[in-house]
Each structure stands twice: as C-alpha cells, then as structure tokens.
Design a protein around this ligand. Sequence first.
Ligand SMILES: Nc1ncnc2c1ncn2[C@@H]1O[C@H](COP(=O)(O)OP(=O)(O)OP(=O)(O)O)[C@@H](O)[C@H]1O
Ligand SMILES: [Mg+2]
Length: 329
Amino acid sequence: MDLLVDLNLLGTSPAFVEAVRLLNRFASCDATVLLQGETGTGKEVAARAIHHLGSRRDRPFVPVNCGALPDNLLEAELFGHERGAFTDARERRQGMVSQAEGGTLFLDEIEAMSPRAQVVLLRFLQDHSYRPVGGRLTRCENLRVIAASNVDLKELVARDRFRSDLLYRLSVLTVTMPPLRERGGDALLLAESFLSRYAQQYGRGEKRLHPDTAHWLTRYPWPGNIRELENLLLREFLLSERDALEIAPPDPAYAATSGAGPLSGRESDPGFRKAKASAVAAFERSYLENLLNRTRGNLSQAARVSRKDRSTLARLVKKHGIEISRFRF
Ligand SMILES: Nc1ncnc2c1ncn2[C@@H]1O[C@H](COP(=O)(O)OP(=O)(O)OP(=O)(O)O)[C@@H](O)[C@H]1O
Ligand SMILES: [Mg+2]
C-alpha cells in the first residue's frame, strides 16, 4: 500500500479508492487506457501509476502534451522525421513513439488534436505501425498508449470535434479521476501530506493546519482540484511565520465561521467548540480511512500500527459509518 503513497496516489475516499482499484487492474492488461477528469485531479499521476504497476515499469514513460504542439509539428514530434522532410528538418530525428519503445506513451490533452492528427493517431493505434514524416519505410513499435483529457470526449464527438472511431479505440478501458470536492476527507489528508513534504523539502520545521482552516478545506469546492490545494499550501507554508497555518479560503463564503457551506446570511458563527469538533471529526475520519487503506481493512493490524485498542478503533469506524470491506481490494 505504501507503493501507492510513493506513486503519489494518496486518498481514502470511496470515489478515489474505486479509481485506484481500476488503475491497479488496468495496469496488468496492457491495453490502451483513457483517463478522464477535471484539471488537477491527478490524471498524469494516474498514468505514471499504471506504467509503474505494470510490466513495462523498467522501460520509458514518455509524456506528450498534444495541446502544446501545433498540428504540423505533432506528427513529427510523435513519429520523428527524416532529414529534409520539411524546411527546418536539417537532421533526421527520432520521435516520441520510438523513444517510448517497450514502455508507455502518455498522450495528454488528447482533445486538442486536430482532425488530421486524429486520423494519424487512429491509424497508429490500429496496429502500432507508422511512418516518420518524409520517410518511406513503415516502422512498428511495441508500446502501451495511455491518453488523458479534461473535457468530456463524448460531448466533443456529439459536436463533431472529435472522431467517434478514435474515441472507441481509446476508451476500451476508462478511468475517471474524481474531483476533490467529491473526495470528502481526502482534502485534509492531502493537505497534511503536502505540509510534511514541504517541511522535508525546504528543511524547515513541521507546520500544521489551524482548526478553522481544516474546517473549510473539506467544504470548499476546489475548482483547480489537487493542484489548487497544493499551490495554496506551498505559498502559505513558505510565507507564514507561524506553526499553525491559518489560511483564508479562496472564496470568503467558505470561511470557517460559515458552517456547512457558503454563507446564507442567516447562519451564525458555530463558535470555537463546534468548529473544533468538526475539525477533529474530519481528522478522525481521514486518519481512519488512511489507516484502513494501508492495512487493507485489517482491523487488528490497524490497531497495532496506530497503537490503539482494536475495540476503540472498531467504535470509531462505526461512529464514522466507514465500510471496512471497501478497503479489502
Ligand atoms: N492522489 C494524489 N496524491 C498526492 N498528490 C497528487 C495526487 N494526485 C495528484 N497529485 C498532485 O496534484 C497535481 C496535479 O496532478 P496531475 O498533474 O496529475 O493532474 P492532471 O489531472 O494531469 O491535471 P491537468 O488536467 O491540469 O493536466 C500534481 O502536482 C500531482 O503531483
Ligand atoms: Mg495533466
């Protein structure tokens, strides 16, 4: 389970655990995988995890950002080109496909591909054969393709912006990375892990979250998902002089005093005791879920690891309505 932490796959919410279960299963299949999810939900992290959990882990993982390359360069970037293939092609160059030989080619922002590039990719996905730009010989490469998109490709197909045959090819195995707002206590778990990582990375003392901050963290909708959380914490970690980080939410409507959601105007301050109780409850829940994840739902082992009574743990698990069976994958 610590392998998942090494792979940056931190989280214990049901939606996230289900996504990780699929990543684990698909890692051994070697077929093309499509990763969907909003920006910052961890699609690249997921692609690397599939690569590292699968049999190609000792071969290269080559990411290509399809959105960053103009149409005419994408084909050359992917498949390479012969000398003199176009004006700037002074030398023969190997493409990403050939660099990924034996490993994984990660095609990010696949939605940005032009119609022409989509045809070329479709042809490549059929039998993994291709021709470098300006070349005459067809080459074949043994690799796995993982694609990612942060828009709904079905919708693009409906609007004639993406080829349906390409979507069928890509989406044999699909994993949707859940947005952070649907991951309950994970925001807190991630926040704490980022803070301890920064303390190590920057050689500074550990900092923790002020209870008011812990309170809104799990309620704020995080439109930029994990990346937004990560960047916010890094800034506060570097700038704050205190050990307990008291961070203002990006949207003031989610300030800790606002109760369960944005201020409605009628809600009043729940007061220190309530805010503390809910921060403690959020901590308990995420601690338990993390513990059960690491011990694969084995309560006796969880008790040993956490140095708690088995019966106390069982009571806490019940109090938070946590379903132990979902950790036994
Ligand atoms: N489960 C996780 N645990 C810890 N960190 C994570 C996790 N998932 C993602 N991250 C971190 O969040 C950031 C965003 O992840 P990533 O780049 O994989 O997102 P993405 O879905 O590819 O985003 P985009 O669509 O904007 O390219 C990265 O810095 C990554 O390290
Ligand atoms: Mg990405």
